[in-house]
Design a protein around this ligand. Structure first.
Ligand code: FMN
Length: 370
């Protein structure tokens, strides 16, 4: 079968109906890490989008790993129970596979929510806490500096990732994604701009990759072996002397050897010195490079908004999947409209089957599971 947006593809053992993924998107609407009704609304409507995989937002493995106090968490029985309720609601009405992204924000934690400016809240101010990182350099010049993680801190965070992955397994998530992008903790270890350590976790590429790879191994061991673990990377810091695509390829190859199933090629977020040439497909060349250098399933993301644009990325083999974020928030039926455009079909809930346009008799392939 030729490659196309509406052809099935496997990530490890997970068979996906088409090549459209809902990218993880923080909602900053949790209550002490617990999912709220907003998550039922947000994930619920995107579960009906026709995409083949729904990613739950960056989910913190410990409270200090949240970007803001409103971030979702999965570090306790309480947060697990809240997410279980959300998933029960979504699964009652949709059979879309659901992934969760596990994250620690490192030195970019403890911020205001985006609609209040995203600026850092220093420790001791209401809603703030002390951040941690590989090295004590802050992200912004006026930010309160992070504390460099010692061995005990590294062990604690590795174990937090593992126990969160075990919770995700218990919750029945179909896949886990490790967030190693956007200047958060694991990316901070990878990049020579934020990792200035002189122990075995800093310096050479091998040393800088050590902690992220240890975390990957811990997650892979804790999450059920028949379900995929994937990784999101920033393929470049877009800054001189920073993390770049050559190092990303070495990291991806190391991940592949350890049983990673897919890699998602994002970029940036590590330094205020970044200069990003933003435009349609601007990150697709990284996906293409990862396709050439590894046997991993590869996800392209970033300003993919048009049907033919997405189709071309898949059909030319630049990537195996496209992930949509802002575009699918703007138009949550984007996959329906793309299927209509290409004469393909999507699954739609029984309650909406009567919305099928008369000229598109074969648009809806199946209804909600009973
Ligand atoms: C509201 C919002 C929240 C986001 N939260 C996350 C997140 O939790 N994890 C992540 O890796 N990326 C996150 N991103 C980045 C997106 O997943 C995506 O990579 C980026 O927006 C580029 O894709 P787009 O051009 O389709 O929006 C977020 C983006 C938006 C707009």
């Amino acid at each position: 079968m030729p490659n196309g947006l509406f052809t099935p593809f496997r990530i490890g053992s997970l068979e996906l109906r088409n090549r459209i993924i809902v990218s993880p998107m923080c909602q900053y609407s949790a209550d002490e890490g617990r999912a709220t009704d907003w998550h039922v609304i947000h994930l619920g409507h995107l579960a009906l989008s026709g995409a083949s995989l729904l990613s739950v937002e960056a989910t913190a493995v410990e409270p200090e790993g949240r970007i803001s106090a409103g971030d979702l968490g999965l570090w306790s029985d309480d947060t697990e129970a809240a997410l279980a309720r959300t998933l029960d609601s979504v699964r009652r009405w949709s059979d879309v596979p659901i992934a969760i992204q596990l994250a620690h924000a490192g030195r970019k934690a403890s911020t205001r929510v985006p609609w209040e400016g995203s600026t850092q809240i220093p420790p001791h101010a209401p809603g703030g806490w002390q951040t941690v990182a590989p090295s004590p350099q802050p992200f912004g010049p006026t930010d309160h500096p992070p504390i460099a993680l010692d061995r005990g801190g590294l062990r604690r965070i590795r174990e937090a990732f593992a126990s969160t992955a075990a919770r995700a397994g218990r919750l029945g998530f179909d896949a886990v994604q490790l967030h190693s992008a956007h200047g958060y903790l694991l990316h901070e270890f990878l990049s020579p701009l934020s990792n200035l350590r002189d122990d075995e976790y800093g310096g050479s590429l091998e040393n800088r990759m050590r902690f992220p790879l240890e975390v990957f191994d811990a997650i892979r061991a804790a999450f059920p072996g028949d379900r995929p673990v994937t990784v999101r990377v920033s393929a470049t810091d877009w800054a001189p002397g920073g993390w770049d695509i050559e190092q990303t390829l070495a990291f991806a190859q190391a991940l592949e050897r350890r049983g990673c199933s897919a890699i998602d090629a994002s970029s940036g977020g590590l330094t205020t010195a970044q200069r990003i040439p933003v435009g349609p497909n601007y990150q697709v060349p990284f996906a293409r490079a990862l396709k050439s250098a590894t046997g991993l399933a590869v996800v392209a993301v970033g300003l993919i908004t048009e049907f033919e644009q997405a189709e071309a990325i898949i059909a030319t083999g630049d990537a195996d999947f496209v992930a949509l974020a802002r575009g699918i928030l703007y138009d949550p039926r984007w996959p329906w409209h793309a299927a209509a455009h290409f004469g393909a079909s999507v699954s739609a809930p029984n309650q909406y089957l009567r919305s099928q346009p008369v000229r598109l008799r074969n648009l809806f392939s199946a209804g909600t599971p009973k």
